[in-house]
Design a protein around this ligand. Structure first.
Ligand code: SF4
Length: 264
């Protein structure tokens, strides 16, 4: 079956978010991705896609999912191929299955990591992965700081994280002051969809006003890095989403509903 042509668009698309597969090695209370949201790209498709993105002149590729380091293909080899084609390579990961020495790996320009709260108990209640996912993320951040590598942070603003957004902002300011390189901080609004969001909607939902208030409080802090409101992770004017369905690569200005699409 032949691949569909790349979409022609008047938008200034320069970022491709590649959804490698929908599965994950952890269970988050707000996960918007069902297991069958889309299909896993195979390795040959993924490499052909990287070639095509570079040929079209896109500047950045973000590998996501699901969890990209739980993809059945060789993610570092794919990232290296993308970088060799001149693309800026980012990976949105939960940080669990990173290879040893990940911070020094030249195949990836920037890491996108989740951090829900400065309070470990709040984070770990929402991002469930055995004991200590919060501590794991802090270790990942320290490794990136020591290696001088950039990181984008993402936080889902839900009923349990709204109150702690200012302390988290100050924790990130402190990280930057100690030499950490925060490229940006993305504030996502909880969405009542998917394997986590749907069953936990009653507990975690926040109103549009509460979300906007929390973002405004963050913006008033004058942080030394950019923050982005992501009330709807499904729309971003410079992004093309890529995934696989019915065996072939699909593209769109929005991902398939239910796909997690943390941007960098
Ligand atoms: S939110 Fe991300 S890390 Fe958490 S279960 Fe979903 S895909 Fe995995």
């Amino acid at each position: 079956m032949s691949e569909p042509p790349a979409p022609t668009t008047e938008r200034d698309v320069f970022v491709a978010v590649v959804l490698l597969h929908p599965r994950c090695n952890m269970t988050c209370s707000f996960c918007v991705t069902p297991d069958d949201a889309f299909e896993a790209l195979d390795e040959a498709q993924a490499h052909a896609l990287v070639d095509e993105l570079a040929a079209r002149g896109l500047r950045t590729v973000v590998f996501g999912g699901g969890e990209p380091f739980a993809w059945r293909g060789d993610l570092l080899r794919l990232a290296g191929a993308a970088r060799a084609r001149g693309l800026v390579v980012q990976v949105g990961t939960n940080g669990i299955a990173l290879p040893a020495g990940f911070a020094a790996d030249d195949a990836i320009d920037r890491w996108v990591l989740p951090l829900e709260s400065a309070d470990a108990a709040v984070h770990d209640r929402l991002r469930r992965h055995g004991p200590g996912h919060h501590a794991l993320i802090l270790r990942r951040l320290e490794a990136l700081r020591a290696a001088g590598r950039e990181v984008t942070l993402s936080t889902v603003l839900c009923s349990e994280t709204l109150a702690g957004v200012a302390p988290l902002a100050e924790a990130l300011r402190g990280y930057q002051a100690r030499g950490g390189r925060v490229h940006a901080w993305h504030l996502y609004r909880f969405l009542p969809w998917g394997r986590g969001g749907a069953p936990n909607a009653a507990r975690l939902a926040v109103s549009a006003d509460a979300y906007a208030d929390a973002c405004a409080r963050v913006e008033a802090l004058g942080l030394p890095f950019r923050t982005f409101r992501r009330a709807d992770m499904y729309r971003s004017k410079n992004v093309e989403f890529v995934w696989r369905a019915d065996g072939v690569v699909q593209r769109g200005i929005e991902p398939p509903r239910g796909a997690s699409a943390e941007l960098a």
